[in-house]
Ligand binder design. Structure first.
Ligand SMILES: Cc1cc2nc3c(=O)[nH]c(=O)nc-3n(C[C@H](O)[C@H](O)[C@H](O)COP(=O)(O)OP(=O)(O)OC[C@H]3O[C@@H](n4cnc5c(N)ncnc54)[C@H](O)[C@@H]3O)c2cc1C
Length: 375
C-alpha cells in the first residue's frame, strides 16, 4: 500500500483540518468534573456525526458513508494533530453487531450507535472469568419468548453512562464451555440491572460492576445464533485491540508533544538521557503507527482483524506506559505537589492498558500460538 494521500484524501484532510480548527471546544481538556467530561465526549460524538465524520467506512444504509477505512485513519491523525477530544469508540461493538446481527437488528441498533444517540458498554468479564473468559457463569435461561439473565459482570467500562450493553451469558451449561455462550443486546434500563461504579487508581470511576437479577431480554435481542457468543466476543476484542480503531496514535502523539514541553520548561532537554528517552518514546510511537498502517492496509484489502491485533495491543501498552513513566521522571516531585496537575492521574490511567482487552500475558500466549511455539 502507498501510504501517501491520493488527491481526494488530501482534499478531505484539508477540509477536515479546517473544520476541526474551527470546531474543537476550547479548554475541553481542562474539565475536571467527571460528569461534565462525559457530557463533552457525548456532545463531541454527535458534533462529529452531524458533520459526517463518524462511521465514514460504514455502509450508507446503516448511517455510514461507504468510504475506505483510510478516511477514518485520517480523522484519527488530524484529531491528534489538532488536539481534539477523544474520538468515539464505535468500532469494536459496532463491528460485532454489523457482522452477526439480523438485518432488522442492524437497522435498529447501528444508526443510533454511530450518531451517538445511544452509547454502549461491553459486559464480558466477571469476577472469576477475565483471562479465562470462557468460564463465565452469568446465565441466560430461555423462558417463552424471553431469556432471563442472572449473574454479575465486572469491569464494565462506562457501564454507569451506557444506554445499551453487549452482554455475554451462558445459555447451555451442558456443552463444552466455549460452545455454551450466547451474546445479547440489552438495554441498561431494564428492571434488575444494577450498576455500581468502580473508582480506579486514577481517581476516576472509569468502570463498573453490573449485577443482573432476573433481567428479561426478548429473544429477538440475542445477537447471532445460540452458542455463537464466543465467536462474537473474539471478533469484538480483535477490533478493540487495534489502536487504529480507537484513536490511540493521535492521543499518543499529542501526549508526547506535551512531555517534550514539560522537559523544555524544566531545562531538561540539555540532558542527554532525557533527549534519548524522548527519542525512544518517538520511535515507539512510530513503530506502533507503522504497525497500524500495516493493519490498515490489510483492512483496505478486505481482511478483518485477526490475532495480529495482539502485537498491536502489546506495542500500544508498552508505548503508553513508557511515555507516562517518562513524564513522571521529568516531573519528579512536581507531580506530588500538584504543580503539574493531571499527570499522576494519566499515569494511573495508563497502567490498566496492559490489562483491558486481554492482558499482556494473554496477548503473548496468542502470539506464541500464531508462531506455533511449544506450549
Ligand atoms: C480499567 C479496566 C477496564 C476494563 N473494561 C472492561 C470492559 O469494558 N468490559 C469487560 O468485559 N471487561 C473489561 N475489563 C476487564 C479485563 O478484560 C480483564 O481485567 C482482563 O481480561 C484480565 O482479567 P482479570 O482481571 O480477571 O485477571 P486474571 O484473568 O485473573 O489474570 C490475573 C493475572 O494472571 C495472568 N494470567 C491469567 N491467565 C493466564 C494465562 N493463561 N497465561 C499467562 N498469564 C495468565 C494475567 O495476565 C494477569 O496478569 C477491564 C479491566 C480494567 C482494568
Amino acid at each position: 500500500m502507498d501510504y501517501r494521500d491520493t488527491p481526494e484524501e488530501a482534499e478531505f484532510r484539508a477540509t477536515l483540518r479546517e473544520w476541526l480548527s474551527a470546531t474543537i471546544p476550547a479548554g475541553w481538556d481542562k474539565i475536571e468534573d467527571e460528569l461534565e467530561a462525559v457530557r463533552l465526549r457525548k456532545d463531541w460524538h454527535r458534533t462529529l456525526y452531524r458533520a459526517g465524520y463518524v462511521g465514514m467506512s460504514w455502509p450508507v444504509e446503516y448511517g455510514g458513508r461507504g468510504l475506505s477505512p483510510v478516511y477514518d485513519a485520517i480523522l484519527n491523525e488530524e484529531s491528534g494533530n489538532l488536539g481534539a477530544p477523544p474520538l468515539p469508540s464505535v468500532g469494536y461493538i459496532g463491528r460485532a453487531i454489523f457482522m452477526y446481527a439480523s438485518e432488522e437488528q442492524k437497522r435498529r441498533f447501528l444508526p443510533p450507535l454511530l450518531s451517538g444517540e445511544a452509547s454502549w458498554c461491553q459486559g464480558f468479564s466477571e469476577p472469576e472469568a477475565g483471562s479465562d473468559l470462557a468460564s463465565l457463569r452469568t446465565a441466560a435461561r430461555l423462558d417463552g419468548d424471553h431469556y432471563v439473565v442472572n449473574g454479575q459482570k465486572m469491569w464494565t467500562s462506562g457501564g454507569q453512562y451506557a444506554d445499551w450493553c453487549l452482554l455475554l451469558a451462558r445459555t447451555d451449561p451442558d456443552v463444552p464451555k466455549h460452545k455454551g455462550i450466547s451474546a445479547f443486546l440489552v438495554s441498561m434500563t431494564e428492571p434488575g440491572v444494577t450498576v455500581r461504579p468502580i473508582v480506579i487508581a486514577s481517581g476516576e470511576a472509569e468502570t463498573a460492576e453490573v449485577f443482573w437479577d432476573d433481567v428479561r431480554i426478548p429473544v429477538e435481542q440475542r445477537l447471532g445464533a445460540p452458542g455463537e457468543g464466543w465467536r462474537i466476543a473474539m471478533t469484538t476484542v480483535a477490533y478493540e485491540r487495534g489502536p487504529a480503531d480507537i484513536g490511540f496514535i493521535a492521543n499518543y502523539r499529542r501526549t508526547l508533544r506535551k512531555v517534550e514541553g514539560l522537559a523544555a520548561e524544566r531545562g531538561l532537554l540539555e540532558k542527554e538521557e532525557v533527549r534519548k528517552a524522548l527519542a525512544r518514546a518517538y520511535v515507539r510511537g512510530e513503530v506502533l503507527r507503522l504497525n497500524c498502517m500495516e493493519q490498515l492496509s490489510m483492512r483496505v484489502s478486505g481482511r478483518a482483524p485477526g490475532p495480529e491485533g495482539s502485537i498491536a495491543k502489546l506495542l500500544w501498552a508498552d508505548a503508553e506506559q513508557s511515555l507516562q513513566h517518562l513524564a513522571m521522571d521529568i516531573l519528579g516531585a512536581d507531580e506530588m505537589t500538584g504543580v503539574a496537575a493531571g499527570w499522576l492521574s494519566s499515569y494511573f490511567t495508563s497502567r490498566p492498558v496492559s490489562v483491558y482487552g486481554g492482558s499482556a500475558q494473554i496477548q503473548k500466549n496468542i502470539i506464541a500460538r500464531m508462531l506455533d511455539m511449544p506450549r
